[in-house]
Design a protein. Structure first.
Length: 195
C-alpha cells in the first residue's frame, strides 16, 4: 500500500470500501441514530472528530513507541484507551456547549468508544502500513464515507416514516431492506480504486 496514490486511498475509503455499507462495521450507531437527520449529523461530526484524532494519536503511539520497543501486542489496549479518552473529550464538549445534541445522541455517544469502525480504522492503518499522510487521508475518507452513509440513510428513514407501508415491513423490516439496497448500490463501485 506504500505506492497507492492519496486520491485512490480517499475515494476507496469513502465509496468503494465504505466502512458501513461495504465492510459492515459500525452498524450499531448506524441503525440506532439514523432515525433523524439532526442526530445523524451530530453522530457523524463526533465520529469524524474522534476517528481522525484517534488515527493521529494511534499512528504516533504505534510507530514511535509500540513498534520500536517491541510492544506491538499492546496495540488493542492502547488503541481502545486512546479512543475512550477522545470520546470523553467529545462528550464533555457536547454536554457543555451543545446540550440538545448531547441529549439527542443519548447512549450512542459513549458507545463511540466501542464503535468498531473507529477501532477498525486504527487496525487497518497498521495492516496497510500507511505513512502518516496516508493514514490521515484514509481516516478522513472513512469518516466521510460513514457520514455519507448515515445521512443518506437517515434522510430515507425520515421519508419512510410518512410512506404507506404494509404492516409486515414497518419498523425495522423496511430499515434493514433499505440498508441492504444502499449496500448493493455501493457494491457497484467495486473495482474502482479498490484495494
Amino acid at each position: 500500500m506504500k505506492n497507492t496514490s492519496l486520491l485512490a486511498i480517499f475515494i476507496s475509503s469513502v465509496f468503494v470500501n465504505n466502512i458501513i455499507l461495504m465492510r459492515f462495521i459500525g452498524l450499531c450507531s448506524f441503525f440506532g441514530v439514523s432515525n433523524k437527520l439532526s442526530s445523524a449529523l451530530g453522530m457523524s461530526a463526533a465520529v469524524f472528530f474522534v476517528m481522525t484524532l484517534a488515527t493521529v494519536v494511534s499512528w504516533f503511539i504505534y510507530n514511535l513507541v509500540l513498534l520500536p520497543l517491541g510492544l506491538v501486542y499492546l496495540k488493542i489496549i492502547v488503541f481502545i484507551l486512546v479512543i475512550a479518552s477522545l470520546v470523553q473529550l467529545v462528550e464533555l464538549f457536547l454536554k457543555k456547549n451543545m446540550p440538545g445534541l448531547f441529549k439527542a445522541l443519548g447512549i450512542y455517544l459513549p458507545l463511540i468508544t466501542t464503535n468498531c469502525a473507529i477501532l477498525a480504522v486504527a487496525f487497518l492503518i497498521v495492516d496497510y502500513k500507511f505513512n502518516f499522510l496516508q493514514s490521515i487521508i484514509f481516516s478522513s475518507g472513512t469518516a466521510l464515507g460513514y457520514t455519507i452513509a448515515i445521512i443518506l440513510f437517515s434522510s430515507i428513514r425520515e421519508r419512510l416514516e410518512l410512506a404507506p407501508l404494509p404492516n409486515a415491513v414497518k419498523g425495522y423490516g423496511i430499515v434493514f431492506i433499505t440498508a441492504a439496497l444502499m449496500s448493493l448500490s455501493f457494491m457497484g463501485l467495486i473495482g474502482l480504486f479498490g484495494f
